[in-house]
Each structure stands twice: as C-alpha cells, then as structure tokens.
Write a protein that binds this ligand. Structure first.
Ligand SMILES: Nc1ncnc2c1ncn2[C@@H]1O[C@H](COP(=O)(O)OP(=O)(O)OP(=O)(O)O)[C@@H](O)[C@H]1O
Length: 577
C-alpha cells in the first residue's frame, strides 16, 4: 500500500512559500492502476516526483507498505521504477544492449543465465522481443516508450511511476501503452501510477486522481468521475474545474472521500473474487520482500559503464572520425614548424677575433641563431601544449553534461556516482594517453626534442590530463552540454594569451592569473627539460620567467586533482531537471 498523508511540496517564490503540491492525501493498494490527470501546470509531475522522493516533501508523510518514508529508510532502488518524459536509452545501442546494461547496473544477477532470463522476460512483458536487435535511434515513439518501461522492469519494481508515457503517440499506440501499463499492474501486486494529459481509455484504470492547482479534486473510480463533477462527458471535467477555486474543490473532496474510497474498495473486492485481479497474500508478500534484489557492486557497475561507453564511441562513426582527424592533423600541424627548431646555434669562438667589427659580427650571428632557434623551440612546445589543451576540452566538455538526464535516472535506479565517475576517468585516460604520446612521438620523429624527451612527454600528458579533468569538472557542474562546451572553449582560448609564452603579462596581473593557467606550467616545465644551450636560447627570447620543474609538476597535478574534485561534487549533486 502506498499512502500519502497531507503531503506538501513547497518552493520559495519571490520570498513567499508556494505549495506546488498542497495537502495531498491518497491511498493506493497493491495491484492498482491509477491515472493522475489535470490541466497543464496543475502539479502532476511534481506530485509524481514527490512520491518518488525526487522532490522531498515539505510537510506530511508518505508510507510504503506501512513504512514511513519520511522518517525511515527511503525506497530501495529496486522497489521503485520511474519512467520519465525523456528517453533514457542511448541511440547507438540496440534494444537488447540497452536492457542488458540497465539490468547489469540495477540488479545483482547470479550468473549469465539469470541475466539472459531477466532480459528475455522484460522483452516479452513489454512486447519488444521482435525488436531486440534494433537500434534505439530507429524505434518509433511507442517502441521507445516500451523500451523505457522495459528498462525499469528489470528490477521487478513494486511501484512503477510513469510520467506522460503516452504523450505524442497516435491513438492506437496510446491505447496499446495504456493496456500494457494495465497488464503490468496486474502482476505481482504492482502499483502503477501514470501521469497523463489524455482523458481517453480511462476505463482501463482502477482509479483517477484529478489535480487542480496542486490540490486533489477527486480520487475515485473512473466511472463515477462524471457524476462527481456533475458533467455528462469526461471532456467537460477540466472546464468544470475552473468554475471553483482549488480550495473549494479540495474541501468538497474531503467531504466525499470516504464514500468514494468505499466504492473503490468494493470494486477491488469484486475483481479479486472474479479472478481478474490477483494480489499476493500477506505471507507471500513478506517472503518476496525479504529477498529484495541487491544493487550490483562498484566494479560490476564500472565495467558495465565502461564497455557501454566504448561501444557508443565506436558506433558513432562521426566521433571516431573526428578523434582520428584530430589525432593525426594536430601533430602534423606542429611538424610544419619543426625545421627552424632543428637548426644549430653557433657558439662564440674561444679565440678573440682580430678586430672589433669581426667580433661584433660573430656576436650578432650567434644572437640571430639564438633568437631563431629559441623562438622556434619555445613556440613549438607552446603549440603542442595548446593543441593538447584543445583536445582535452574536446574530450570531456560534453561527457557528463551531454547525458545528464540519463545519468540522473540511472543514479535514481541505484548507480553509484563513484562508479560512474571512475568509468569516465578510465575512458578519458585512454584518450589522453593516446593523444599525448602520439603528439610527442610524432613531432619528435620529424624534429628531435632537444632535451630530455621523457620529461617533455610527462608535461604533454599532464597538460592534456589537466584540461580533460577540469573540463570534466565543468561538464559535471553545468546544467547543459552547451554551457559546458562554451565555458571549456573560453578556458582553452585564454590559455595562450595568459600563459606569457607569447607576450609577457604585467607583473601585477601575472601573479593572479598564473596559478590557473595550466598551459604556462606545462610549457615552463617542458622548456626546463631542454638541454642547456637551447634553454639559454629560449630564455634569451622570452620575457616571462620560468618555474622549477617540480613546481610545474605539482601545480599540474593539483589542477588534475581540482578537476576531479569538481567532477565528484558535480556527479553527486542532484540535477534531475
Ligand atoms: N522546482 C520547481 N521550482 C519552481 N517551479 C516549479 C518547480 N517544479 C515545478 N514548478 C512549477 O510548478 C507547476 C507544476 O509543474 P508540473 O510540471 O508538476 O505540472 P504538470 O501538471 O505536470 O504540467 P504538464 O501537464 O504541463 O506537464 C508549474 O507551474 C511549474 O512551472
């Protein structure tokens, strides 16, 4: 039994408390199919989210099987299923792969047979067996809704909440989905609550809840709704609601509630007696509840997410092509400039020149070499650093923000944020490693690095890692992928001018900006790994001071740490909308 007692959900608007759900009191027994209807904006989705625990109730209490959810433990992730308005599946995956991933993330299965059995069962229950191999992107609207339901049914939830799962469907598909929900409520005493705009097929529901401005105006059998509102046709219910204030409807309902609940109870007893409704007995219920499904462990969730991420990556041909193009073209761009950096730098001869003019000429030639080689070497290092920064931001700016609704949904179903973040770090680490090593090795092949190549490579890895981690943090904090991309691009855009590698910044500005400019630390650390002669040549052409390598190493490590910390905070934060 699900019971709400005077439940309110309140928000602050212009300094005033506004009840989006106001003193909602309802009782829903097991094996029940209920529609939540009402005019647009009356609070249907808000009520559903309050029941799910996504909107914490401000007042009142919610009870589930006699357990006070406001005081005791909340729903177990396997007990509840929530089918949101948006699609929760990835387009490049097939129906089968989507359901398999959902099962692996939500349910601890005993073996491969158990897993297959569970997948086959939900495919059959939702009528998706014939579409199992089809990619999500080619499914029709109705099939996508079925898939959304299937992905919730993998954990056999006792309470299934559906938000507008029929909206936008043609009448036939709509009827099929309502029928399916009706059937699902007839299995294992499951409660199905469905928010809908449509007043069609009401006869398939056990009860209808009519909301008006956040207040319950009616909750009773569908066949008595017209009588209660004194209308001839269901279509007249919404216009009728507008004839009174929601407070009046609420008070009127409070007076009639017991009588209508009595009728609901009678109808239910009749259905059970006729065998059209089967509700498990108390003893069986407790036995079933005691073997509640466990959420899989950290490593199972991590490996499931990681293999799904790679599968999505390789299925997205455009993404693979872009990554390959960047991987090949960026180092190629750098090598175009490597000629000048390979030139020799003449040294002043030990013996004094015969006359002053010759000596001056020799000094000038050495100086010219220093300027040419120093500028080229410093420029090439900075070019590599900037291109790897760009790759880093491209790697991760959309990684979390681009799939936030799906992540939130999976988190609601029991996915650990730590497993999710670990899967992102593992995936991105592979990209960072491939990009940085390839950049270093390729450029080195055409123009050998004139210093300690190993140290140089470490700084290339660190700059790419730092930018990837920071942009992942941005991605986890931002509300949309567009915001995250824009901020990440600005961040990379400011790296070059603020690094001081091209133009020295005024000192009073430099001391504030420098700690945040990863490109400076990677450039400075890498320049410090040059052999002495080339290092002197670089120093002779730059106005910006260099920093000891260790300090560069620690600062970049700190940037990576801060990026990961922001990602951790962002993934734990609730961002359903
Ligand atoms: N977190 C929130 N903060 C402020 N306002 C909110 C919040 N959540 C919902 N609302 C507002 O509360 C009202 C009810 O929203 P809700 O989405 O529950 O309505 P609904 O009945 O489901 O609407 P529709 O049928 O159009 O989907 C709307 O006016 C909405 O803008």
């Amino acid at each position: 039994m699900l019971e709400l007692q005077d439940v309110c959900f309140t928000i602050q608007k212009d300094g005033e408390a506004v009840n989006l759900v106001d003193r909602a009191s309802i009782k829903v027994p097991r094996g029940h199919f209920m529609a939540i209807v009402g005019p647009s904006g009356c609070g249907k989705t808000t009520l559903l989210k309050t029941i799910a625990g996504l909107n914490p109730e401000s007042e009142g209490a919610l009870f589930w099987e006699g357990r006070n959810l406001s005081e005791d433990a909340d729903f177990e992730p396997s007990e509840i299923g929530y089918v949101p308005q948006f699609s929760v599946a990835y387009d490049p995956l097939t129906v089968d792969e989507s359901i398999e991933a959902a099962t692996r993330l939500r349910v601890k299965t005993n073996n491969a047979e158990d897993l297959d059995h569970r997948i086959d069962r939900v495919l059959e229950e939702t009528g998706m067996t014939g579409f199992a191999d089809r990619q999500v992107k080619v499914l029709s609207g109705g099939q996508k809704r079925r898939l959304g339901l299937a992905m919730e049914l993998v954990s056999d939830p006792k309470l299934l909440l559906c938000d507008e799962v029929t909206s936008g469907l043609d009448p036939r598909s709509e009827r099929e989905i309502v029928r399916l929900l009706h059937e699902l409520s007839r299995r294992e005493g499951r409660i199905v609550l469905s928010v809908t705009h449509s007043l069609a097929h009401l006869e398939l529901y056990d009860s209808i809840l009519v909301l008006h401005e956040g207040r319950v105006a009616y909750h009773g059998p569908p066949e008595l709704m017209n009588h209660y509102f004194s209308v001839h046709d269901t279509e007249e219910v919404y216009p009728k609601l507008a004839t009174q204030s929601s407070e009046q409807w609420h008070n009127s309902w409070a007076k009639h509630r017991d009588a209508y609940y009595g009728k609901l109870e009678k109808g239910r007893a009749k259905a059970i007696a006729a065998g059209t409704l089967h509700v498990p007995q108390k003893a069986a219920e407790s036995e079933e509840d005691s073997k509640q499904l466990k959420t899989p462990g950290f490593f199972t969730q991590l490996s499931t997410l990681l293999s799904r991420r790679w599968r999505i990556f390789f299925r997205d041909k455009g993404q693979v092509f872009l990554q390959l193009a960047i991987l090949i073209c960026f180092p190629l761009l750098v090598t175009l400039f490597s000629d000048k950096a390979s030139d020799n730098i003449k040294t002043l001869s030990d013996s004094k020149q015969e006359n002053f003019i010759d000596e001056y000429k020799e000094q000038q030639m050495v100086r010219q070499d220093q300027v040419k080689v120093g500028s080229a070497v410093s420029g090439i290092i900075m070019f590599q650093v900037i291109l790897l920064s760009l790759m880093g931001s491209n790697n991760s700016a959309r990684e979390i923000a681009g799939e936030r609704p799906i992540f939130e949904k999976e988190k609601f179903g029991g996915l650990r944020p730590s497993a999710y973040l670990a899967s992102k770090v593992a995936f991105l680490a592979c990209l960072v490693l491939a990009q940085s090593v390839w950049m270093g090795v390729f450029v080195n092949f055409f123009g050998q690095f004139r210093g300690d190549f190993g140290q140089h490579l470490i700084f290339l890895l660190l700059i790419n890692g730092a930018m990837t981690a920071i942009c992942l943090g941005i991605s986890a904090m931002m509300r949309t992928a567009e915001q995250a991309s824009l901020l990440s691009i600005y961040l990379v855009g400011f790296q070059l001018p603020l690094s001081g590698a091209v133009l020295a910044l005024p000192e009073h500005i430099e001391q504030f900006t420098r700690p945040f400019i990863s490109a400076y630390w990677a450039w400075s650390g890498s320049v410090e790994s040059l052999e002495d002669k080339v290092l002197s040549a670089v120093k002779s052409v730059i106005d910006t001071s260099l920093t000891a390598q260790n300090a560069c190493l620690y600062t970049l490590g700190l940037h990576i740490g801060l990026g990961l910390l922001a990602s951790w905070i962002g993934t734990r934060r609730h961002q359903w909308d």
